[in-house]
Design a protein around this ligand. Sequence first.
Ligand code: ATP
Ligand code: MG
Length: 358
Amino acid sequence: MGALGKIFSRSHQAVIGIDVSSSACKVLELSQQDGHLRVERYAVEPLPQNSVVEHAITEVEQVAQAVERAVKRSGTRCKYAAVAVAGAHVITKTIRMPANLNDADLQTQIEMEADHYIPYPLDEVNMDYQVLGPAEDNPEEIEVLMAACRKEIVDDYVAVIQGPGLSPAIVDIETYAMENAYALIAEHMPGGGMEKTVAVLDVGATTTNINVIHNNRSVYSRDHTFGGRQLTEEIQRRYGLSYEEAGLAKKQGGLPDNYQTDVLRPFMEAMCQEAMRALQFFYSSSPFNSVDQVLLAGGCAQIPGIDEMVAARLGVPAMVANPFASMSLASRIKPQMLANDAPSLMISCGLAMRSFDQ
Ligand SMILES: Nc1ncnc2c1ncn2[C@@H]1O[C@H](COP(=O)(O)OP(=O)(O)OP(=O)(O)O)[C@@H](O)[C@H]1O
Ligand SMILES: [Mg+2]
């Protein structure tokens, strides 16, 4: 059992959440006092183009340097980090085991069983499991959730955090980190999110992840190839800018007048189309045929007015995710900057919350 053997374990110590995604490395540290959360430190450090491709680190050295800069800039004193691999790289499966096994036998049996579901030799994967409880229809069996990911993938995530001297306390799955951060938002929904079906649409730089949460549990997750990179590339092409310049212009403005109508607006329409497609995929592969709410996350959720457009096109209420809405902020945190970055910090926030595992 390697690093992924830390998905279901408790961290028992303060961890800094580190989201290594395709456009940036995002680090975030929270503290908790009397049940109240506070944002202590955060930093976002852009990554060179193509250093993380399809949720895998391709340029380990460059990414390690960006992680180191982000961690240093954040000023954290944490010694431990929580990172996540993408759900797409993880095989999860609920299996049944006899209830009377001791821990060692249970582990051996699970490994034997896992072999049927994992298309790689077992010595090439990291595996973890969690006992869910007795099987409902048979008290002599227990249900066990197992998760496995290729070592290659996990090892790189562990390698890039070691530059600034951090140890991996937790290697999580993005889907679970998102669910954790979502819980902070669901708290403020009527009924605390119970009886509600919410589609969290994380529109990042290269990937749009739809994570549908029903009764506060993730019931569906799927990646679609769509993201802000398309808008960046269109800006580069039209206005003759570099990748970095286009990325900055998007956030800071200063582009010619026709940008709004000729470039941004068509991208927003494409984003709505993609959201619709993602929902259709979900409906066609599940018993659901509606959702109560769309929650927009990821950097593209920062586009002014995108929530109204998505709501209008999909006919479902939509809002932009802010996991920090009820947190206090350390004085070193700039509130406006955090508010802007909030939707793209869902994963780092869900990871940082692993500090408070009970
Ligand atoms: N204010 C803004 N307006 C438009 N686009 C923005 C804004 N802020 C950020 N973006 C875009 O959002 C994208 C980055 O979002 P995010 O940080 O969620 O991506 P990521 O997590 O790195 O990507 P992925 O999840 O696909 O690996 C970039 O394409 C960036 O240009
Ligand atoms: Mg992302």
